[in-house]
Design a protein around this ligand. Sequence first.
Ligand code: FAD
Ligand code: MLT
Ligand code: ZN
Length: 480
Amino acid sequence: GSMGGAVQRSSRFSELNDDDVRYFEEILGKKNVVQDEDKLSVANIDWMHKYKGSSKLILQPCNTDQVSQILKYCNSRCLAVVPQGGNTGLVGGSVPVFDEVIVSLSSMNNIISFDKVSGILVCEAGCILENIMSFLDNEGFIMPLDLGAKGSCQIGGNVSTNAGGLRLVRYGSLHGNVLGVEAVLANGTVLDMLKTLRKDNTGYDLKHLFIGSEGSLGIVTKVSILTPPKLSSVNVALLACKDYSCCQKLLQEAKRKLGEILSAFEFLDGQSMDLVTNHLEGARNPFSTSHHNFYVLIETTGSDESSDKQKLEAFLLGSMENELIADGVLAQDINQASTFWRIREGISEALMKAGAVYKYDVSIPVENLYNLVEEMRSRLGDAANVIGYGHLGDGNLHLNVSVSQYDEKILSQIEPFVYEWTSKKRGSISAEHGVGLMKANEIFYSQSHETVQMMASIKNLMDPNHILNPYKVLPHSITS
Ligand code: FAD
Ligand code: MLT
Ligand code: ZN
């Protein structure tokens, strides 16, 4: 049932031999050249258990120079490479398709510097997001991004996928918050673009090529990132809406009435809520008396406890009076707030417990966004459980089709319908998860031929042997 079954191993790549392994042991030391079966089977399979490769080798460099030596060698030998962070990616980008060598950034996990005046953090790519968050918390700062995978994903993986997540509505994307990167090109050249400046207009801003290119243009080894101060008052409310149109109007109102303190606006439908409460231990619908069609999680973050609360309460009251919300609970303490977040962030995990999942991540103008879920539901009938949730504040829908097991017949009902529908609305078939293996051949639904051609030219320039994350991101017809 794995996708990408149509891809063939490219004959341009060599096969790994004993001399290669000996060379890697020389430069990295034996313990950082991993051939252990158990470790390989974990690294060969993705978080959703949908994509499975057959790599025989994991390399664990400890510094940039080692990454450079690895790539220089792999390039000269024409050995294909998959950069791997926390392996939480959702599009099959982080695991090998065939026998690619896995380069894991996990051992490069040092925080290099933090400037308390500017809030600028410099760290190695393998730092786990949650560890950076704890470090910053002690310093009185926060990360501009947060996501359900924080306990495993790495900042290098976040940058490489341009991960969006739960705070984008407030702080914007990593294209704005990442101030610099250090990256290693396929031939081993180290690009030092590790600036710690807010403003720098000297020539082309090449760091952006590494933000969101999913390991296809280089390996990110260090990152510099602008972090906002931690503010004293955070409030979380879970609201129930009778229909999608109310969610939409509520978003417009929240932007106006909560303004600068709005820090998250997430939504989930009743089917998502049921899935979470059925499959996640301890997750409970706080509105136990009745079922609601939609739920919205609103968070505010500001610097004045009493006025922030007043603002939020006035907004909630107004929304009740206008009948935009049918019911609502304002978290009374940090524990209740985290139970609300657990419901929203736990959806992906609940989907895994429910069986297999076809996952789509689209940007569509908010007015039309939920129509896709409804159309999919009527297409599939009882064959699957279709759920919709996502970052409504950013116009980003997560459409998920939950099934007991992967089934080609169901898949053919979903694709290409979902891509055609999105394309017709001039939406994006990948809002935040990336293209990976899953959508490499579907990129034309969201990008013009000329644009994809330019991407291919950049790929050819930066990685002429195509050793970096082959079969991913760009269509196979262009890169093979
Ligand atoms: P991996 O999965 O290891 O890799 C992802 C891609 O980046 C691969 O193509 C890989 O080759 C490449 N890569 C990794 N590290 C490097 C590096 N140092 N240099 C070059 N290339 C590299 N995404 C969102 O955008 N928003 C969300 O809210 C969100 N929530 C999630 C919740 C859960 C529970 C899960 C499982 C995933 C979620 N994701 C979300 C998916 C998201 O892409 C990843 O969680 C995260 O950004 C990937 O980081 P990682 O370290 O796990 O990277
Ligand atoms: C989310 O917003 O929960 C993530 O992008 C993960 C997912 O869609 O499963
Ligand atoms: Zn998401």
